[in-house]
Design a protein around this ligand. Sequence first.
Ligand code: MN
Length: 724
Amino acid sequence: MESVQEHYTSMMSAIRRFAPYVDIERVDAAYHYAEEKHAAQKRKDGSPYIIHPLAVAEITAEIGLDTDAILGALLHDCIEDTDTSFDDVAKRFGQTVAELVEGVTKLTRVQYSTTEEQQMENLRKMFMAMSKDIRVILIKIADRLHNTRTMQYQTPAKQISKSMETMEIYAPLAHRLGMQKIKWELEDESLKYLKPAEYKEIMDYLDDHQAQANEFMRGVQSTITTRLSGVGIHGKIYGRIKHVYSIYRKMESQGKTINELYDLYAFRVIVDTIPDCYNVLGHVHDLFNLVPGRFKDYISTPKPNMYQSLHTTVIGKDGIPFEVQIRTWDMHQTAEYGVAAHWKYKQGVNQKGEEKSFEWIRRLLESQQDTDAEEYVHSLKVDMFDDEVFVFTPRGKVISLPRGSTPIDFAYAIHSAVGNSMVGAKIAGRIVKFDEHLKNGDIVEVLTSKTAKGPSRDWLKICKSNQARNKIKQWFKKECREDNIVHGRSSFEAELRRFNINPNVLNDADVRSAVLKKSCYDSIEDMYAAIGYGGVTAQKCVGRIKDELLKVLRPAKDKTPTGLNLKGPHTKNVSGVIVGGDIGSCMVKFSRCCTPVPGDDIVGFITKGYGVSIHRRDCVNAKGVSDPAQSDRWVNVIWANTESEPFSTTLEIDSTARQGLFIDIATILASLKLHVSEISARDLPDDRSLTLASFDVKNTEELERVCSRIRSLPGVTEVRRGRR
Ligand code: MN
């Protein structure tokens, strides 16, 4: 086990070698601070915890990051694992360092448990989106690299789950950021735990064939070296065996054993200038036979992760193929360390480090012609996810939504049924408003209820995604029929009035049937509903039936009340009211819209064929009473002072959503010995609920007694006469 001192020395020498511009004094201060903070902690292998931050800092130094990033690496576990505060770090080491540490902490806190590829892509994107500063990801990758290197101390279950994460998130991220060397190491270390047998098979083979391989590589190296020095090109040639994971992948994809796999070698020629690269290529093709179709020029068209090189595959001794990569030293630096190489260059030129926006990455990406579309899609995007937000379901599934999305968008992204039955939402266990904007990494939980009344029209203004908007509209179209009827009816009636047609004419059955014949709907409600959800305009509907309507209306006006058909087949003679005027005793029916009971101020409407329809004077359908044009159709009616059958009526009760309220209401009705025909309750947003109760009463006096008893129940805020 290496000591803390050894790790410290090793980090410092990495800084001197790879990051000579770093401020050693600040590094030292951060080291001592972190050591003190982690003093009580031990790693899984029993060594002092500080060894981990030291090793992570060493990796960040090796890839050439700046002082702030190395400080961030030293302090990266302080906020998460110790009592350290953001402010304290900011005060001692500056705002930037504190933000780096906080950024790494946020990524550490992201919980996920999924293996779907689409999900992984979202997770990788989320990592990018959450890390405003790319150094956060770089530190996080360095953190993972050290944890991967010391995986042997973890439990077998942890080894597998962590290795999967590494393979699915960190290695692709390293690739996207162009950090080839780290990507390889992450992949090989993970393979060791994920496919131990295969890993061992490959390692054993490579061990057994070490001597052969070295001989082959030396041969190629000396052939190329001799040629280059012969023509005066200064260059260095490296040979290597491809990394374990790439060999494993080749075996898998080609269905071959390692014995059958020849393509195990890769060579790298590093030269001073770009013209030299092309010269070397010519010489390599002259020395060996090339494999057609394998040449790639990533110098003239770099990969999106900034990688540049010439690639070719040729055939060597005994027909063994090998790849040659040719590049300059600058390109080599970028190929090994990717994005991180940027700090190396920058520190040589400019020590201010004021550049934060990573504009250069975008410029670089934009200036590239992408030859490889897929590669481009998987390319480096740091600030490019600004229009997206990534959140989790409670079970760890990642949902990607447009920025500014709300719990409503989230609910509909899961399923329209979830959205339609949503009554509330929680973020990280806390109840939030429906218009709360979701943030990256939020864990969102939708509260649903079977009795939810569905989306409200306001949701259309709150939601951000087209998906949610369309699903809400769909709902209004399909399920919110009652609402549509109300909305449709009011626009239809407004349109009628434009032609001086009183909407009340539709109360007349003959008028209705005439209208329906023309309008091709099965019922007036269907027509209203269609107008309500926007399937047809009110103008169009009225236009279609207007002439028919006027034709029916004219003769109706000429008729005297005595022309009423008092033998309407659907009318039941209900006693209890006296109809005024010269109509005398006739068929009456009590409208269902306002369920009048004795004691209510009532008025009668002379229908065609159904006798007189009784409304409460304050009913919305009795507004025509004061209309002079209709004076011949409205008649005064009064309650007959007789003991009659009870009348059915309905109450609407607003309350807080309280358990037991339903029972309390039913108990009151039962104790008053009232016949209850229906009672139902539904949940409303904001912990409210609405209860409907239909029952029979003798008169308003009795009804008022019921109302006042219900009003006195805890939680009840309003009791009003309702419609059935
Ligand atoms: Mn760590």
